[in-house]
Design a protein around this ligand. Structure first.
Ligand SMILES: [Zn+2]
Length: 329
């Protein structure tokens, strides 16, 4: 019989911080959210300990029952040392040694990884990637992050930057990306990049239907407004959506021929838009991949969807325990 034990996970998002107490068989024992907009680490770190302790106590456990803690963190970060170096969505957090803080305050071994790696681990242990050996997870939200499991192991890379799929360059001299390169996949398909593009292209059309669907303000136009406009049949929106689907298919095709995965698991945009996104993307992928790699792979939506944050940190902890031989998938 498999040893069943408990881990505690933290997922540090831009506006919310998720806490999840998770059993190794996938049962979410408890969850909490901490507001994390414009916060300071000296306020949030003690709250993280407090909420974690509360979840442990609510389940009739003590911290001695928790085998490990995992942290899913935004980039950029110092992965091996567990330091949040300069998260782009919160200027107050600079060089915060969060792994050391939690491990000292709980007295429990603590592990740290970036959120896309945590995402692929969460889908692998608990979601759409269960039982597979070769999977890729893409976050597909404001930006595009990636995590890769190859031959049954998380791919970290020589300097912990493996999986930066959103910054594969799709076109020479393409649109600027905040990372400093031009023509990145994220510059074509990321939520923020797409919103900015629409805002730029419609700056002189205040009555455009997309702006109305965003509530009337150009600066509020986002992917949700774009999706609504596509469903309403607006020509500009339909053409842009089709271009985005084609670019996504190009990126998936590159991944298929590079890594020959069993599954590519897609985050937010894919499950939120459903068939409106998946149908054109699946139609276009064969233009960019060999039949052999396309037919070996299922391109699917995330199973954990908006719950993924409660599992992400725990999955980081479980993966380290797995690599140390304490846990089997
Ligand atoms: Zn980039």
């Amino acid at each position: 019989m498999k040893d069943i034990f408990t881990v505690l996970g933290y997922d540090i998002g831009g506006t919310k911080l998720g806490v999840g107490l998770v059993r190794s068989d996938g049962k979410l024992l408890g969850q909490a959210r901490i507001e994390n907009k414009d916060t300071k680490p000296e306020d949030i770190l003690p709250q993280m300990v407090e909420e974690g302790m509360k979840l442990i106590a609510e389940n009739g456990l003590t911290k001695d029952d928790v085998r490990a803690i995992g942290i899913s963190a935004p980039c950029p970060a110092d992965i091996p040392n567990g330091i949040l170096t300069a998260p782009t969505n919160n200027q107050n957090w600079r060089n915060v040694p969060i792994k050391q803080y939690l491990s000292e305050h709980f007295g429990i071994k603590t592990y740290f990884d970036n959120d896309a790696n945590a995402g692929v681990l969460a889908e692998w242990f608990f979601g759409a990637g269960k039982g597979a050996k070769d999977i890729i997870y893409l976050t597909m939200s404001t930006g595009i992050g990636g995590g890769i499991i190859a031959n049954g192991k998380l791919v970290q890379g020589a300097s912990y930057h493996a999986g930066e799929i959103g910054h594969m360059v799709l076109t020479i001299d393409g649109p600027d990306c905040p990372c400093g390169l031009k023509g990145c996949y994220e510059a074509y398909c990321g939520g923020v990049a797409t919103a900015k593009r629409i805002q730029r292209e419609l700056a002189d059309q205040p009555n455009h239907p997309i702006i109305k669907l965003a509530g009337g303000k150009l600066e509020d136009v986002d992917l949700i407004a774009l999706e609504k406009a596509v469903r309403a049949g607006n020509d500009y929106a339909v053409a842009l959506w089709d271009e985005i689907c084609l670019r996504n298919a190009q990126a998936y095709g590159m991944l298929l021929n590079m890594l020959n995965p069993e599954k590519i698991i897609l985050g937010t945009i894919a499950w939120a838009a459903g068939d409106l996104f998946m149908e054109p993307v699946l139609k276009y992928v064969p233009r960019f991949a060999w039949k052999e790699t396309y037919e070996a792979c299922e391109i699917v939506c995330s199973e954990l969807q908006r719950e993924i944050g409660y599992y992400a940190g725990a999955a980081v902890a479980l993966n380290h325990l797995r690599e140390e031989g304490e846990f089997q998938v």
